[in-house]
Write a protein of this length. Structure first.
Length: 444
């Protein structure tokens, strides 16, 4: 099984303890790469049988796949690959967990279903029930409910696909023809971000095709369901890996990481794998595309109304694709916006796809830590390039009664260039609900 060959490379030095978020929040040996690798080894050697010891499988499921340990590891052991290999064994033997079956099997592959969920959530937000839930009494009674509810972004916009045609044209002669890969979370929860980012790209002369793709398959891969990952990748690869597209762009760093290894997903030795491999170089995340392909144009930029910004590096961007400078170059180019680096900007937010839903205690602790670091930066706007991280960070901030709008760097750029469709979420937006609750609760 690919991934297992990594096990023997671990020399048990323990360097991984200093960077592993699940270890730093538990100090439990089986919650760090060294312990997890040793456990997997014992499973492989037949000393343990996870079908008999389900809690062992949990220890493997507890890993965030954030890759921090690999960076700190003298042998660069790819613990995330080992965990995915082990999870694939679990899934093959015991099947997916209920949550994964419902979401990965039922929702993600069918965009229209997730969009219906978004519409229901928008109705709920408009109903005002949210303010009641965040009131002191109910909040205590339904702490767990508030925990899950806090993932809902403030002022949830309509799904990106609604009202978006298969081709978006620039007003002037096209300079470049691209395929835009619309990820599940971007579409369902950050429609505003997608629309404003597309507005910026066409203002720079991009002719944008938006093929009817399905989920990128990364959530399925990280849960060990490699069979479904392959099915989804085969559907997508024929739609986006085409000679006619000069670039394959996505605003989601998780999708970008998945697409960048699609030759593996579809079958590295297959004909399709070969074909995809020849076009892999065209996959690019939105920030890098703007900075390196379009070039950062600053002459028509104006202040956005925000004073200071801080940035969260998603694991898939910084450790998966080595992207660090492009988003910071964009943010630093916006006039009137001071960039403040936060402590641990590249440490995992604890979201890890659906980890926040399947591991509320550990994920909640990591999110609280991140929220404190964001607040400490003093920034009045937070930026990140992964819609799943944005959901997780937004939830952590809400639970900590902090109200900071979250925007993608290119979304901020679109506002600064005056081409954004939406009104920028001001600091007060998320604060409105807070102010109402405080006033009702006579909180200062
Ligand atoms: S740092 Fe690497 S080699 Fe050392 S214990 Fe952790 S995984 Fe093993
Ligand atoms: S991938 Fe992340 S959570 Fe998993 S062992 Fe490594 S550092 Fe810890």
């Amino acid at each position: 099984m690919p991934g297992y060959e990594e096990i023997i490379r671990c020399n048990r030095c323990g360097f991984c303890q200093s960077v592993c978020p699940t270890y730093l929040h538990s100090h439990d040996e089986v919650q760090v790469a060294r312990g997890r690798i040793h456990l997997t080894r014992l499973l492989l050697e037949g000393k343990y049988d996870f079908t008999k010891d389900p809690e062992l499988a949990e220890k493997v499921d507890d890993c965030l796949l954030c890759g921090s340990c690999t960076v700190a590891c003298p042998s660069s052991v790819k613990t995330d690959e080992i965990m995915v290999a082990a999870r694939n064994d679990f899934v093959t033997n015991r099947g997916l967990k209920l949550f994964q079956k419902l979401v990965y099997g039922g929702l993600l592959p069918r965009k229209e279903r997730l969009e219906r969920v978004t519409s229901l959530m928008r109705l709920y937000e408009k109903s005002g029930a949210r303010n009641v839930l965040y009131g002191k009494v109910l909040r205590r009674a339904f702490d767990r409910l508030v925990y899950y509810e806090s993932f809902l972004p403030d002022n949830l916009s309509k799904p990106a696909r609604l009202g978006l045609g298969p081709i978006v044209r620039p007003s002037s002669a096209p300079k470049i023809k691209i395929a835009f890969f619309l990820g599940c979370a971007s579409n369902a929860f950050w429609g505003r971000t997608v629309r404003d980012s597309l507005s910026y790209l066409i203002s720079r002369g991009a002719l944008i095709h938006i093929p009817p793709t399905t989920c990128c398959g990364e959530p399925h891969r990280s849960s060990g369901d490699l069979t479904e990952t392959k099915k989804l990748a085969l559907k997508n690869s024929e739609l986006i890996f085409k000679e006619e597209y000069e670039a394959i762009v996505t605003d989601c760093s998780t999708c970008a990481k998945a697409l960048s290894r699609y030759d593996e997903f579809v079958g590295p030795d297959s004909k399709e794998g070969e074909r995809v491999r020849a076009l892999l170089g065209r996959v690019v995340d939105l920030n890098t595309f703007v900075v390196e392909r379009l070039g950062l144009r600053t002459e028509d930029l104006k202040p956005t109304g925000f004073g200071t910004v801080t940035y969260h590096d998603s694991c898939h961007a910084i450790r998966g694709l080595g992207i660090r400078e492009a988003p910071r170059a964009i943010l630093s180019a916006i006039p009137g916006l001071a960039f403040r680096e936060m402590e641990g900007a590249d440490s995992c937010c604890g979201g890890a796809g659906s980890y926040g839903f399947t591991h509320p205690t550990m994920s909640g602790r990591i999110a609280a830590d991140k929220a404190a670091k964001i607040a400490k930066s003093g920034a009045d706007v937070l930026s990140t390039s992964c819609p799943a991280c944005a959901l997780q960070l937004g939830a952590g901030l809400k639970r900590a009664w902090k109200t900071v709008p979250i925007l993608h760097p290119v979304e901020l750029l679109a506002h600064s260039a005056g081409v954004a469709e939406s009104v920028p979420p001001t600091i007060g937006h998320a604060g409105d609900r807070q102010a109402k609750v405080d006033k009702r609760e006579r909180r200062p």
